[in-house]
Design a protein around this ligand. Structure first.
Ligand code: GTP
Ligand code: MG
Length: 407
């Protein structure tokens, strides 16, 4: 099986001999070097799913080992269709892989599960049955319901991190996650009709969170499950994945312009720290306080620029060169200072406001102008880069891919 061969018919899954019934559930399994697990996983799925529910399996694989070959071999014994989509570029990591699998799904229900047997295959039919019985769009396998447990999470540290991440996420998205006790779960069933794949911008591990926040499935149900020990191989979850998760949270939370403005303001506030520190050092070195103020302000501006680039406009950076973005951002930040004084003078002199309310109003006005300016002049594509086929990303048209069938 040659990795990354162009695939031409999106969504096509072959029917294995002897199975006439169309699949009710497509089981999407992301794999990254799971050659020690996939054979056992397919065997356990064979034991527990097709007798209760016609199914098909789609692996979305970013492996550098022989996982696709092992799947191809093991799939020969499966009474259901098995396909592998192998990606040369692991765009969006685990979450990106799941979305790719969802696009290829041909059934009414999609179940997402890990390949390392931490998610019990026997629960797949129960997830779908619960969804049907409760007319739910999304059914989450939860470790936090009575009867569920996190025993497979290696060590107290992992348990604490998982719990803290759950609380933080629930706090940030109380409405979207209402009724979901385990938004960090990677084991769930969702109706294909509830997935708007174009709305998804997955980033890393938390694909359930991405779906719940961006697709807003209306009815949600839960089923308890015991998170098992990894069957074989090593965890792919790294500290880098933690950073990705925080970026994912910020991206989801700042999807609307008002939320982005609040985040822009909060980042702006943190800029006081480098600004004051630089002022302290420069004044200590004997520089006159006025030039020191101007130079120190640039430290705050650069700090803000870096945070905004990484946290707020990560997916809107490629329209301009970084030096162009930095120059425009610095210009707007300094214009803010220049604009504020005449505005205060106008509000006091012409409109008779007292100095304090005039300053507050001027600060708010210049802040909103600066935010709008940053959105429009720094992080929106300039006209030349527009492309009728894909106005938001001139570089992108991606060749559609279909799964490579292995059985
Ligand atoms: N396609 C794809 N799959 C991935 C990627 N990263 C992880 N996976 C798969 O996603 C699933 C979950 O990854 P794990 O490493 O088991 O993460 P985890 O369950 O949080 O960590 P452990 O509890 O230590 O196993 C596994 O099936 C992995 O093979 C990726 O970048 N691409
Ligand atoms: Mg795992």
């Amino acid at each position: 099986m040659s990795a990354g061969a162009p695939l031409t018919v999106p969504g096509a899954l072959p029917e294995p001999a002897g199975v006439a019934e169309p699949a009710v559930v497509t089981i999407v399994i992301p794999t990254f070097n799971e050659s020690g697990n996939v054979r056992e996983l397919l065997a356990r799925l064979t034991e527990s799913v097709p007798s209760r529910l016609p199914c098909e399996v789609v692996f979305v694989d970013d492996s550098t080992d022989d996982t696709p070959a092992v799947i191809a071999d093991a799939a020969r014994d499966c009474p259901f269709p098995v396909a592998v989509i192998h990606r040369d570029v692991a765009e969006g990591g685990l979450g990106g892989a799941v979305v790719e699998g969802m696009k290829a799904a041909g059934s009414d229900w999609i179940v997402v599960m890990d390949a390392d047997l931490q998610h019990p295959p026997g629960l797949v039919p129960d997830l779908v049955a619960t969804g049907e019985k409760e007319s739910a769009d999304l059914v989450v396998a939860s470790r936090y319901l009575p009867g569920g447990s996190r025993s497979g999470l290696a060590g107290g540290y992992r348990v604490a991190v998982s719990r803290a991440a759950t609380l933080l996420t629930k706090g940030l998205f109380p409405r979207a996650l209402y009724g979901i006790s385990d938004p960090m779960s990677g084991f769930f069933a969702i109706r294909r009709a509830a997935v708007t794949a174009e709305a998804l911008k997955p980033l890393g591990y938390k694909i359930l969170l991405e779906l719940a926040v961006r697709c807003r499935p209306t009815a949600v149900a839960e089923v308890p499950f015991v998170f098992q020990d990894r069957f074989a191989g090593e965890s792919k979850s790294t500290a880098k994945e933690g950073g990705r998760f925080l970026r994912h949270l910020v991206e989801l939370r700042t999807a609307s312009a008002p939320a982005r403005m609040v985040a822009f303001g909060l980042i702006g506030l943190t800029g006081f720290v480098p600004n004051l520190l630089a002022l302290h050092v420069l004044a200590g070195a004997g520089l006159h306080y006025l030039p020191a103020e101007i130079v120190a302000n640039q430290f705050g501006v650069m700090w803000n620029f870096l945070l905004i680039e990484v946290l707020l406009f990560r997916d809107r950076r490629h329209h301009r060169h970084w030096a162009d973005r930095m120059g425009r951002f610095a210009l707007l930040a300094n214009a803010d200072l220049v604009l504020r004084i005449p505005l205060i003078a106008l509000l006091v002199g012409e409109f008779g406001l007292a100095v304090l309310p005039a300053t507050t109003l001027a600060l708010l006005t210049t802040f909103v102008l600066r935010f709008a300016g940053t959105e429009a002049l720094v992080y929106l594509p300039h006209r030349r880069s527009r492309n009728p086929r894909n106005p938001r990303n001139p570089r992108s048209p991606r060749t559609p891919r279909a799964p490579r069938s292995t059985s």
